[in-house]
Design a protein around this ligand. Sequence first.
Ligand code: HXC
Length: 268
Amino acid sequence: MESPFKSDILKGKVALLTGGGSGIGLEISTQFGKHGASVAIMGRRKTILYSAVSYLQSLGIPAIGFEGDVRKQEDAKRVVELTVNHFGKLDILVNAAAGNFLVSPEDLSPNGFRTVLDIDSVGTFTMCHEALDYIKKGGPGRNSTSGGIILNISATLHYTASWYQIHVAAAKAAVDAVTRNLALEWGTDYDIRVNGIAPGPIGDTAGMRKLGPEEISNKSKEYMPLYKLGEKYDIAMAALYLASDAGKYINGTTLIVDGGLWLSRPRH
Ligand code: HXC
């Protein structure tokens, strides 16, 4: 699909995306690259990571991949440093890495609960923490007045409650709190904008494959306001809006991109 944005809105920017090698993360990487950014992606799975890098490079996008697990502080630190060594600076951090599976609370071990919080919530905070010195105003390659941008990929399931998703709901609630608190403190001190995106059901993603594609794509269409699944493109366009100057006065918000689904209830 043709982008509604000019192709240079991220010209000269350097972005680092966790989970940038597949699903929503890869689409954001692609669209950031198509709109002028250089892109570093971080992931745990070597094959997926390097095939994503080849794909981005085949589109003419300056891209590099770094293996790493957001649960390990040393990986976060190393990947941020390698990104800055390679591209000279860091302007945009996107936290898209996430873990998920369907399980009832009684069948979920405390370690399973902790694992998802470690990836989604602690991982997001760790990446932000390690990126701060580079992304703040006056960081290497940056001027002394403008800081960079952080985008955290969230969800809508914790706005109410969701069956078999207690761990993810808790994790994404924490992500939203991290978004707001960093927006307040780092916006004030370092001129960094921190925002989130809360996708609804997005076709062709690991989330949809894992979270009951049949039910979501068939049954809930009956009460979805826009009667269709979202596309990865929809999330990437929201990310472009928030990461570009179009969103320069937006800080501390999590933009819901779900066609209005979280508002809806069955008619009967
Ligand atoms: C119950 C499970 C489980 C399952 C793992 N665990 N899978 N419990 N049901 N299906 C438990 C294990 O028993 C273990 O606890 C603990 O979790 C850690 O499991 P590991 O296998 O050691 O973890 P790890 O290998 O690190 O894998 C992490 C993972 C995995 C999250 C469990 O699924 C993963 O990495 N997935 C890839 C990323 C992914 O799924 N992305 C999609 C995101 S979609 P015990 O007690 O036995 O030690 C998304 C959408 C959000 O985020 C919102 C949509 C609406």
